[in-house]
Design a protein around this ligand. Structure first.
Ligand code: FMN
Length: 323
C-alpha cells in the first residue's frame, strides 16, 4: 500500500515516518536505529557527549562529534534539527550546524520555528531538503513555507509532547487545515501519534506521513532515563499538568510546584526561566532527576505500554506499508 508515497520519494526512505528530534534525549544510536529501520532518524539539540577529558564540550562541537558517529552507524538518510527564526544567534548556530551536516553527508533539515529566508537560502545552497515545522502552524505560515521552497510541511497539534503551539488546535483539526491550505507540498502529521490507529487517522486526514516523538522515548535505544521510560509506560495523558502556557509535564515534584505557581497567576516567563535555570528537559528526561525536572510527553501515552527496540516501533507504526 502507498509505495509511491511522496515523503518516501523526497527523503529517499522506505517508510513515511520521521522520528521527531527531541532536545537532550537523542543520540547517534537512536537516530541510526530509526534510519536503519527504514524511517528517518533526526538528530536533535544537545545530542552527543557532554564532557570529554573532563572538559565541557560546546554544543556545536558535540553535534559534529555526534553526526560523525551517526555516519559510522548508518549510511541511510538521516536528518538534523534546526531552530529557525530571525535571531542572529539562532542563525549563526544554524550556519554551523549546516556546515557540520554537509561535512557528514546529512542533508535533511527539520526546521522548527518560523520561516527565515537566511536559513532557507543556506540550506538550499548546501543542497538540503527542508522539512518545515511551524511552531504555531497556520494556513498562512504553511503557504509562506511552500512558496519559499519547503519540501515537506509538518502540521503539529497541541496533543504533542515538547513545546506546544500557542493556538488551540489538536492534530485532528490542524492537519486537514494545513492540507487544504497548501498547493502541492506534502504534509506530515505530528502530535499524539503513538500507534497504528494514529497513523491511519493521520492519512485519513490527508497527511502523507507521520512525525513521531514521544513513542520513541519508550524505546531501548533512546538515552532517556529509565525512570522516565517507566513513567510513560505506566502513565496516562490525564495526568499531564501545565507548567507554562506552552509546556506540560507528567506530575513530577517540580512540575507540581510550577503548576501551582502558574495557577496562582505568576508570570509564565518567570516559570520558564526557572525551568531553564534548572537545566530544562535534560534534568529529568536525560538525568532522571524527577524531583527537580519536568517530563514532557504527548497526551496519548496510555497507548504506549512497553519499551521496545526502535525497529519494532517502526515496524508496528508502518505495518500498513509492508507488502
Ligand atoms: C521531550 C521532547 C522534546 C522535544 N524537543 C524538540 C526540539 O528540541 N526540537 C524539535 O524540533 N522538536 C522537538 N520535539 C518534538 C515536537 O515537539 C514534535 O512535534 C513531537 O514530538 C511530535 O509529537 P509527539 O511527541 O506527540 O509524537 C520534542 C518532543 C518531546 C517529546
Amino acid at each position: 500500500m502507498l509505495y509511491n508515497n511522496n515523503i518516501c520519494r523526497i527523503l529517499g526512505i522506505k517508510y513515511p515516518l520521521i522520528q521527531a528530534p527531541m532536545n537532550w534525549i537523542n543520540n547517534a544510536e537512536m537516530v541510526a536505529a530509526v534510519s536503519n529501520a527504514g524511517a528517518l532518524g533526526v538528530l536533535g539539540p544537545n545530542a552527543g557527549p557532554k564532557e570529554i577529558d573532563g572538559r565541557r564540550v560546546r554544543t556545536e562541537e558535540r553535534i559534529s562529534i555526534e553526526l560523525s558517529k551517526v555516519r559510522r552507524l548508518t549510511s541511510a538518510p538521516v536528518g538534523i534539527n534546526i531552530f529557525s527564526d530571525h535571531d542572529d544567534a539562532t542563525r549563526a548556530y544554524a550556519m554551523k550546524t549546516i556546515a557540520a551536516s554537509k561535512a557528514n553527508d546529512v542533508n535533511v533539515y527539520c526546521l522548527v520555528g518560523t520561516f527565515d529566508e537566511v536559513i532557507y537560502k543556506a540550506i538550499k545552497e548546501a543542497g538540503g531538503i527542508i522539512v518545515h515545522r511551524e511552531l504555531n502552524p497556520t494556513p498562512e505560515s504553511a503557504r509562506v513555507a511552500e512558496e519559499n521552497g519547503a519540501d515537506i510541511i509538518v502540521a503539529t497539534g497541541v496533543d504533542e509532547g515538547g513545546m506546544l503551539p500557542s493556538g488551540c488546535m489538536g492534530t485532528f483539526t490542524i492537519v486537514p487545515t494545513i492540507v487544504d491550505a497548501v498547493k502541492s507540498v506534502p504534509v506530515m502529521a505530528a502530535g499524539g501519534i503513538n500507534d497504528i490507529r494514529g497513523v491511519r487517522a493521520a492519512f485519513a486526514l490527508g497527511a502523507q506521513g507521520v512525525y513521531v516523538g514521544t513513542r520513541f522515548i519508550a524505546s531501548v535505544e533512546c538515552p532517556a532515563a529509565a525512570c522516565v521510560k517507566d513513567m510513560i509506560v505506566a502513565g496516562s495523558g490525564e495526568e499531564l499538568i501545565s507548567v507554562a502556557p506552552n509546556e506540560r509535564s507528567l506530575p513530577t515534584a517540580a512540575a507540581i510546584e510550577y503548576h501551582k505557581r502558574l495557577m496562582s497567576g505568576e508570570s509564565a516567563d518567570a516559570i520558564h526561566k526557572d525551568i531553564m535555570a534548572r537545566g530544562g528537559l535534560g534534568v529529568a528526561m536525560l538525568d532522571g532527576d524527577i524531583v527537580r525536572g519536568i517530563v514532557s510527553v504527548n497526551t496519548g501515552i496510555s497507548a504506549i505500554r512497553s519499551i521496545k527496540p526502535v525497529a519494532d516501533i517502526v515496524e508496528e507504526l508502518m505495518a500498513d506499508f509492508n507488502a
